[in-house]
Design a protein around this ligand. Structure first.
Ligand SMILES: Nc1nc2c(ncn2[C@@H]2O[C@H](COP(=O)(O)OP(=O)(O)OP(=O)(O)O)[C@@H](O)[C@H]2O)c(=O)[nH]1
Ligand SMILES: [Mg+2]
Length: 383
């Protein structure tokens, strides 16, 4: 079965017990805990006929060979959202885009589309990487994409360089997309404006545990960095969300193939210093650190919990995992099967909701540790 080869299918099955435990837990604490209710929703974030009110764009790093997958993603984004809001698209590539690619994506939208290439420094194996050590890892590591230079360059680029690309320099926010993703719901408000007016810096849809072999030393390196820069930690952060018993990393991360981000976060001194520190440590190559855990750890440490937003009203799919607002089989403006999207009530989502609830309501009797998170052991990969 082709889908079993994906790293996400691998993850999903690997963590099935955790996800199932979380499902039960999620129902215990109630699935109606819609995070949007925490924010002001009676403001008007609806479509306007004027130019988009936020300097924002829908952005992706893509290859020419991704044309069809990207066209599928764009078709849905246009239908569900952007044909009414007209945000521009920005696509970047490590090779020049072909005329066929440019025409193929431009055909789908009335919005402005920009195409860019990368500079060499943002797409390379840095000179401080020990080539012999790196080649050995590529030959021996068994996780998906272990043998690929390009996958590691992609992860490093998305972690540290995409937001600094010249085409993004005037943007306040970006919405990251990928080929072959699906959007199941009408998005009838402007998420950029919603984030801006609520002071939100990081928005996500799917959270799940990471494949720990790919990030064996990421947490140690992060702790060393924090040891040198304790001033970067946010006072009311989501640190507890990503740490387990004993304080180690539990692997929870936001799936960054979708993310809506206030780019001042990635442009901040703390994020830049953190990326540079990780880059020097070499784990993008000696292991296979992904932009998802890197972005997520930074969000959980450097932002306050109130600046992170769960778009649990979005129905979203990236192979092979989906999230779907409850009841969407029968009613409403989403069409998806929430019975299949168990990730919403998996360990990391439930833990996030609990911990955020505790931070927002410290006097509430439902303390973070009284929920199901306490009954699920943090994932530690022993292989
Ligand atoms: N230009 C360019 N884009 C790439 C390259 N590798 C990946 N990408 C893009 O980076 C994003 C993430 O790559 P994917 O292959 O989807 O990675 P993934 O989702 O982690 O992996 P799988 O689902 O396991 O394949 C996608 O938008 C890809 O188009 C590359 O070598 N060059
Ligand atoms: Mg992908």
């Amino acid at each position: 079965m082709a889908f079993l080869s994906s790293r996400y299918a691998h993850l999903l099955f690997r963590h099935l017990p955790l996800l199932l435990a979380g499902v039960i837990g999620g129902y215990l604490i109630g699935t109606s805990n819609t995070e949007n209710r925490l924010a002001i929703r009676d403001e008007d974030y609806s479509a306007s006929t004027e130019a988009p009110p936020v300097r924002a764009a829908i952005v992706a790093l893509v290859r020419n060979s991704d044309l069809f997958g990207l066209r599928q993603s764009m078709r849905q984004i246009e239908d569900r959202f952007n044909s009414r809001f007209n945000y521009p698209y920005i696509f970047v590539n490590d090779e020049p885009f072909t005329e066929e690619f440019k025409q193929g994506v431009s055909d789908l939208t009335d919005s402005h589309v920009e195409f860019g290439t990368l500079d060499h420094d943002s797409w390379k194996v840095p000179e401080w990487i020990d080539q012999e050590r790196y080649e050995k890892v590529k030959l021996t590591a068994t996780y998906p994409h272990a043998e690929k230079d390009s996958y590691r360059k992609m992860c490093r680029f998305q972690s540290g360089f995409l937001h600094r690309h010249p085409l993004l320099k005037d943007l306040e926010y970006y919405w990251r997309i990928e080929p072959d993703v699906e959007y199941f719901c009408d998005i009838d408000y402007d998420p950029f404006l919603f984030m801006k007016q609520n002071g939100l810096k990081y928005g996500w849809t799917i959270a799940m545990p990471e494949f720990m072999d790919t990030i064996a030393t990421l947490w140690n390196t992060t702790e060393q960095f924090i040891g040198e820069h304790p001033e970067y930690l946010a006072k009311h952060s989501l640190r507890e969300w990503i740490t387990g018993n004993g304080g180690g990393y539990n692997g929870c991360h936001f799936w960054s193939n979708f993310e809506i981000v206030d780019l001042s976060f990635y442009r901040s001194a703390e994020y830049q210093a953190y990326f540079d520190y990780l880059d020097r440590a070499g784990g993008f190559f000696y292991e296979r650190w992904g932009d998802a855990p890197v972005h997520s750890i930074a969000a959980a440490l450097f932002l306050n919990a109130t600046q992170v937003h769960y778009f649990d009203d979005f129905g979203y799919f990236h192979p092979q995992v989906s999230t779907c607002p409850g009841g969407s089989k029968q009613r409403g403006r989403c069409v998806c099967d929430s019975d299949l999207s168990i990730v919403q009530n998996g360990f990391c989502s439930v833990r996030y909701r609990n911990i955020k609830h505790q931070i927002l309501h410290p006097d509430s009797p439902t303390a973070a540790h009284s929920g199901p998170v306490n009954h699920v052991k943090p994932f530690v990969d022993s292989t």
